[in-house]
Write a new protein. Structure first.
Length: 257
């Protein structure tokens, strides 16, 4: 059966690292690790759900963490395997994620949860996180905010002028309302051995998940949220969230009871 999320990420796999090149994952994962430790993380096993090309787990791998990654896109996993051949990688849909182990730290980063468009599937995704979390483990995930959708998702720009050159086309209204759907399209053009250009298009649809919706879904999945941080561009975190000011919301959770 055709899955639009698979199609989106398979199409974007060749340019994903170009689009995210300006993001400091080393600094960001350092902050994530620091916060997780402050809330009781003690072990060093990590499951990275929606790991993509591996950018979100590589900083922890370099620190000596034992990493497992999973993603819905086989093409993204191919890229991750090239960057980290020693990491166990699983093709899996986070909306129906089985138990891959019991991990000290479970990550779901880079707005992966925003690609889940249905409330039941959001609960299912968080249940998959809970299913893989150790009894004293910490889960960390992020989601985009209304502010992100009213700015970056409403603008267009040239991401890279090189080969391939990549264009980000925001297709979201600047009057975006909380809980709505946001859209963008990535256009990439790669030279075809001197015989013109090969164009690839990936269309991205995301849902904004307000804090109350995330909290309710986490509760139904057996998770207790222990902290919510607002994030600015550049991996700068605040101690509280303002959905109209921060670009991302970062959640930390543990198993309830």
């Amino acid at each position: 059966m055709h899955d639009p999320v698979v199609a989106t990420y398979d199409a974007a796999a060749d340019v994903y690292d170009i689009v995210t090149a300006g993001y400091d994952h080393t600094r960001w994962l350092g902050e994530v690790e620091r916060l997780a430790r402050s809330h009781g993380l003690t072990g060093c096993t990590v499951l990275d759900i929606g790991c993509g090309t591996g950018s979100s787990f590589l900083p922890l791998l370099r620190k000596g963490y034992e990493v497992v990654g999973c993603d819905i896109s086989a093409r993204m996993l191919e890229r991750a395997a090239q960057r980290a051949p020693e990491v166990r990688l699983e093709l899996a849909d986070m909306r129906r994620l089985e138990q891959l182990g019991r991990f000290d730290l479970v990550l779901c980063l880079d707005d992966t949860l925003n690609y889940v468009l249905d409330p039941d599937e959001l609960s299912g995704s968080l249940a998959g996180i809970a299913r893989n979390l150790g009894s004293s483990g910490i889960a960390v995930w992020d989601v985009n905010t209304s502010a992100m959708y009213r700015t970056a998702f409403a603008e267009s720009w040239l991401v890279s002028p090189l080969d391939p050159f990549v264009v980000w086309e925001g297709r979201t209204d600047r009057a975006f309302e909380s809980g709505g759907l946001a859209e963008l399209t990535l256009h990439s053009f790669a030279s075809d051995e001197g015989d013109g250009w090969r164009r690839t298009v990936s269309h991205h649809v995301q849902r904004h998940w307000p804090e109350d919706a995330i909290t309710e879904a986490a509760r139904s999945a057996g998770l207790e949220i222990v902290a919510v941080h607002g994030q600015h561009t550049g991996a700068r975190l605040d101690s509280s969230l303002d959905d109209d000011r921060h670009t991302k919301a970062l959640y930390l959770a543990r198993l309830r009871g």
